[in-house]
Design a protein around this ligand. Structure first.
Ligand SMILES: Cc1cc2nc3c(=O)[nH]c(=O)nc-3n(C[C@H](O)[C@H](O)[C@H](O)COP(=O)(O)O)c2cc1C
Length: 336
C-alpha cells in the first residue's frame, strides 16, 4: 500500500500503526480521549496546560498505567507551572515530550533527551525550525495559522515551502486546518512524516468535552473560527483561534475601550495589559467543562468547517486512513 510506504518514517518515530497525532488540547486531552486515540492506532498527547503540579503527576501516572502504546506529554513553556511540570515529567517513564508555547531552551531539550525521551517542538518558521533541530529536537510539528488554539502568524501554505521543503534531518509532522485523509495523503507526498489533528478529534464520542461545546463545533463554519485581533501595538495580544461568540466580541470592545482610556491617560499601560490578560483566564475551561458557549473560549481551527457530527473515534481514524489510501491510488493512477 502506498500509504504504508509513505507512513514508514512517521510510524517508526512514533511507534504507532498510523502517523496520526491527536494534538494536546488543554481540558480536552485527558486519559479517556488518549485511550481512544491509542486503541485505534494513532498517537495521543496529554495536555499539561497550566495544571497544578500534583494533578499533572496524577494524570501522567494514569496514562502510564492505562496506555499500552506510545504517547507524549505536552508542556507549555510559558505556563506558570511549566518548570514544576518539567521536573515531574523528567523522572517519568514517558516516551515523548511535546513542547509548546514559546520555544524551549536548548538545556530543556537536552535535559529531556538525557532522561530518554524523544523531543518534539513546534516550528513557526525557517529560523525556528533550524534552531530547534540544532538544539536537538527529534521531530518538528509544523502548524499553520489555520489551527485551533494559540497560533503563529503564517499560513500552512507558506510554512510548507519555508520549512517542509527545506529540512529533512528530522521527521516533520504537519497540522493546522486539517480534517481529511485526502489532505493527509497530499501532505505526505510533499514530505510530511504524518499529520496532527485537534478540532477533528474533539468531534468524537470519546472526547469528554461538554455536549454544547461540540454542538458549537457542529454549527460553525470555517470563517467563524477567527484569530484574536490586535488593534494596537501598545496592547499586545497572544493570538488564539476560536469560534466567534459574545466573548470574542466583548474582548474586541474591551481592547478598544482600554485604548481610548490609554489615549486619555486615564490608566497606565501595565493596568491595561493586566485587564487584557485577565479577560480570558479560565475561559477555555468554562467552554469545555461547563458548556458556556457564549462567553467561554471556543478554541477551534478553521478545520471546524470540515467536521460534521460527533462520531466514534474508530470511525474517524479509519476514515482518515482509507481516504488517504484512496487518494494516493487516485494520484498514482493520474501519474501513469
Ligand atoms: C480546544 C483546543 C485546545 C488546544 N490546546 C493546546 C494545548 O494545550 N497545547 C498545544 O500544544 N496545542 C493545543 N491546541 C492545538 C492542537 O494541539 C492542534 O495542534 C491544533 O488543534 C491543530 O489544528 P486543527 O484544530 O485545525 O486540527 C489546542 C487546540 C484546540 C482546538
Amino acid at each position: 500500500m502506498l500509504f504504508d510506504r509513505l507512513s514508514e518514517r512517521g510510524t517508526a518515530f512514533l511507534g504507532t500503526d498510523y502517523p496520526i497525532i491527536c494534538g494536546a488540547m488543554t481540558w480536552i486531552s485527558d486519559v479517556t480521549l488518549m485511550k481512544a486515540v491509542a486503541k485505534n492506532g494513532a498517537f495521543p498527547v496529554l495536555a499539561g496546560g497550566n495544571m497544578d503540579p500534583d494533578l499533572f503527576e496524577q494524570e501522567i501516572d494514569r496514562c502510564i498505567d492505562q496506555l499500552k502504546t506510545p504517547f507524549g506529554a505536552n508542556l507549555i513553556t510559558i505556563a506558570p507551572n511549566y518548570r514544576a511540570q518539567y521536573e515531574i515529567l523528567l523522572d517519568k517513564d514517558v516516551g515523548f515530550v511535546v513542547f509548546a508555547g514559546s520555544f524551549p531552551r536548548k538545556s530543556d531539550i537536552q535535559g529531556m533527551k538525557k532522561s530518554g525521551k524523544k523531543v518534539m517542538s513546534f516550528a513557526s518558521g525557517e529560523s525556528i525550525a533550524s534552531q530547534q533541530i540544532r538544539f536537538g529536537a527529534d521531530a518538528l510539528i509544523l502548524e499553520g495559522n489555520e489551527a485551533g488554539g494559540h497560533v503563529g502568524h503564517v499560513s500552512l501554505m507558506v510554512l510548507l515551502q519555508q520549512v517542509l521543503f527545506k529540512f529533512d534531518q528530522v521527521p516533520i509532522f504537519v497540522g493546522g486546518g486539517l480534517a481529511t485523509g485526502q489532505m493527509m495523503a497530499h501532505l505526505m507526498l510533499m514530505g510530511a512524516a504524518g499529520c496532527q489533528f485537534g478540532t477533528l478529534f474533539v468531534m468524537t464520542e470519546e472526547c469528554t468535552a461538554h455536549e454544547d461545546f461540540k454542538q458549537a463545533f457542529t454549527r460553525a463554519r470555517a470563517r467563524q473560527a477567527v484569530a484574536t485581533p490586535q488593534y494596537d501595538s501598545r496592547l499586545p495580544i497572544v493570538a488564539v483561534r476560536a469560534i466567534r461568540n459574545r466573548g470574542t466580541d466583548d474582548f474586541g470592545n474591551l481592547q478598544l475601550d482600554l485604548l481610548k482610556r490609554l489615549e486619555r491617560e486615564e490608566l497606565s499601560r501595565e493596568k491595561a495589559q493586566y485587564e487584557v490578560e485577565k479577560y480570558w483566564v479560565g475561559a477555555l475551561r468554562r467552554a469545555v467543562v461547563d458548556g458556556d458557549v457564549d462567553q467561554g473560549s471556543l478554541m477551534a481551527g478553521q478545520s471546524v468547517g470540515l467536521v460534521g457530527d460527533v462520531r466514534p473515534m474508530k470511525e474517524v481514524i479509519e476514515q482518515l486512513v482509507s481516504d488517504a489510501e484512496e487518494e494516493l491510488e487516485r494520484v498514482a493512477g493520474r501519474l501513469i
